[in-house]
Design a protein. Structure first.
Length: 127
């Protein structure tokens, strides 16, 4: 599951700190923009994983054009992919029923039923 949120990078006292306007309290910093971006990705991942674990809804991402910055700041999009991290979490077994013809076609094509179901559920949930 890929997530993209706008972040505001602030240059301050020879370092850079980052905030996510849509994610209260989600911040990071670095000695330069590259380090701040790496920290921002880690902060975004951890924040979103925590919300999902607590069964809370992920906030909608703001439109980048609505984000205002001052002369020592800039806004950009930060993307994280939670697929690997979420896959390592506890799984539960589900039994499902599909038409035989659909099963046969999927097996013939080597389709991973679990992966397709997970992707479909994530899409249906807007994740």
């Amino acid at each position: 599951m890929k997530l993209i949120y706008p972040a505001v990078f602030h240059n301050e006292d020879e370092s850079v700190w980052v905030e996510f306007p849509d994610l209260e309290g989600c911040q990071s910093f670095g000695d330069n923009v590259k380090e701040a971006l790496e920290g921002a990705k880690e902060a975004l991942e951890g924040y979103c994983i925590t919300l999902l674990e607590e069964k809370r809804k992920l906030p909608e991402a703001s439109d980048m054009l609505s984000i205002k910055t001052d002369k020592d700041s800039f806004a950009t999009l930060v993307e994280v992919d939670l697929t690997t991290r979420l896959a390592k979490q506890k799984s539960v077994k589900k039994t499902l029923t599909v038409p035989a013809w659909l099963n046969d076609m999927a097996v013939e094509k080597g389709i991973n039923f679990s992966a397709v179901l997970q992707e479909g559920l994530a899409k249906s949930l807007g994740l």
